[in-house]
Write a protein that binds this ligand. Structure first.
Ligand code: NAD
Length: 485
């Protein structure tokens, strides 16, 4: 059993964990805890009934390799999904706050700061419904000192209550990556837990350490001050995003000079001080986290009057936006400077392979640029529903444009039929298996191929007859004339 503090110096047992927020983090994380710790009862709650119904059905609300297997093993035994937030708060020893923290789109900090209204509303629910000691854990990605705000709300409830209320707030940011979430959770590089230096704070930290210690080696569980933990999550995502923007900036140099970004990345990554991970040039990073967390870091720096530091990290976002735009512009210019009325097959809409998540996907931005040029888009993705694609594009353009210009296909060969170009925007493995010669024969000619994920070799695609443009290597006509600076 996992032991936790009861505030009196002796110890109690963590039998029940509640997670508020049944999303890409809350669902998989709790499924893993339930699976690895059968002695703990885990309840995942969400205000979104549709999502909870899906968690309780045969068709889970998120696609994540290995997730279904784990959920089916534990659901109904020690893993439960519910919309009854008050009851789940009352019955829990430890509560994860795992709600969304999107970029704020209104008022002070609009377009930069994270919107903490969902985190605050959970803190208020805990303050309202808790009847005994609780360890409250920030699992959501939050700015530095968010734990302090949560604690203020909880301490106010504590002061006004006649119950035996005590609260400890910990930071335990999640580092899983969508697409490999279950592997990441089963064998994390590290688990990070931040807490207060006080005796009670350290007892709460120890209790959460024990939860993870059921399956994570102790030397991979790092304990720090609360603020270090909160900041580490933002910095980790900023470093990952920065590497992508760095290699993408190099891809532009390669296209202009005839160097090949894959060769450069390999040569650079062989240096073990640099390493080879996250050096794949692409059409830019997407997903719900990188952009929002870098912007959150930039906003934090601006708030602290660290303007030069803010500018430095903002460059990561500038390059990412520029890379998407550059790729879309290349499509237009390679197709004789006009795509108006031309059918273009878009392969991939998810922000990366092995997920159906489309939040901040580069595909949305490239599609938007092409729609502004009046291209007719034929979109195919193996994991994203038509409804979701349309919703994302309507938010960026208009319903009228989407109805006029976008068709969603369930067969990639139909999507490519009569198209002037195939554009690869997600690195799905299945894209490598298609019969592109068959597609080429059914396309409008000359047919072009734009590889935004470096899935293909230029010579293989050109051998079929396509005109090829790949991120980070010079177009054929440039290499033929031998581009000289
Ligand atoms: N998605 C990732 O890969 C990832 C990885 C690491 C960290 N994070 C962070 O984890 C947090 C959650 O991300 P996510 O992708 O799981 O978000 P999500 O949008 O998929 O899920 C959040 C859920 O919280 C629910 N919710 C919001 N307010 C609520 C309330 N007051 N009561 C009950 N339910 C409420 C929403 O209905 C939603 O289902 C974010 O801060 C994110 O930055 C995400």
């Amino acid at each position: 059993m996992t032991e936790i503090a009861n505030g009196n110096g002796d110890q109690t047992v963590v039998r029940r964990i509640t997670c508020v927020g049944a999303g890409y983090v809350g669902g998989p994380t709790c499924a893993m805890i339930a699976y690895k710790s059968p002695q703990i009862t885990v309840t995942v709650v969400d205000m979104n009934k549709e999502r909870i119904d899906a968690w309780n059905s045969d068709s889970l609300p998120i696609f994540e390799p290995g997730l279904e297997d784990v959920v089916m093993k534990c659901r109904g035994t020690n893993l439960f999904f519910s919309t009854d937030v008050p009851e789940a708060i009352r019955s829990a020893d430890l509560i994860f706050i795992s709600v969304n923290t999107p970029t704020k789109m209104y008022g002070k900090g609009a377009g930069m700061a994270p919107d903490l209204k969902y985190v605050e509303s959970v803190a208020r629910s805990i303050a309202e419904h808790a009847q005994g000691p609780k360890i409250v854990v920030e699992k959501s990605t939050v700015p530095v000192k968010a734990a302090e705000s949560i604690l203020s709300i909880l301490e106010d409830a504590q002061r006004r209550s006649n119950n035996n209320l005590t609260f400890q707030v910990l930071s335990n940011p999640e580092f899983l990556a969508e697409g490999t979430a279950m592997r990441d959770l089963a064998s994390p590089d590290r688990v990070l837990i931040g807490g207060e230096d006080s005796e009670e704070g350290q007892r709460a930290v120890a209790a959460l350490v024990n939860v993870y210690a059921s399956w994570v080696p102790r030397d991979r569980i790092l304990t720090t001050k609360t603020w270090s933990s909160e900041l580490s999550k933002l910095v980790a995502n900023a470093f990952l995003a920065q590497r992508i923007s760095s290699i993408n900036s190099v891809s532009a140099i390669c296209e202009a000079t005839g160097a090949d970004v894959r060769e450069v990345a390999k040569a650079v990554g062989c240096d073990e001080r640099i390493g080879s991970n996250f050096l794949n040039a692409s059409v830019g990073f997407g997903g719900s986290c990188f952009q929002k967390d870098v912007l959150s870091l930039v906003y934090l720096c601006e708030s602290l009057h660290l303007d030069k530091v803010a500018d430095y990290w903002n460059g990561v976002i500038t390059i990412n936006n520029w890379q998407r735009r550059r790729f879309a512009d290349a499509i237009v210019s390679e197709l004789f400077n006009t795509v108006a009325g031309k059918k273009i097959a878009i392969f991939g809409f998810a922000f990366k392979k092995s997920t159906g998540d489309t939040r901040e996907s580069s595909a949305i931005h490239v599609s938007k640029h092409l729609m502004e040029e009046e291209a007719r888009l034929a979109v195919y993705d193996p994991a994203v529903t038509e409804k979701q694609m349309r919703q994302e594009l309507v938010m960026e353009t208009s319903e009228k444009s989407v109805n006029k210009l976008v068709t969603v296909f369930s067969d990639p060969y139909e999507a490519a039929k009569d198209a002037h170009a195939i554009v690869i925007l997600t690195e799905w493995e299945e894209f490598k298996t298609y019969d592109y010669a068959r597609m080429y024969n059914a396309m409008s000619h000359p047919a072009a191929f734009f590889d935004g994920r470096l899935l293909f070799k230029r010579k293989d695609i050109e051998a079929i007859g396509f005109h090829f443009f790949g991120i980070g290597s010079a177009p054929s006509h440039l290499s033929e004339v031998g581009y000289i600076l």
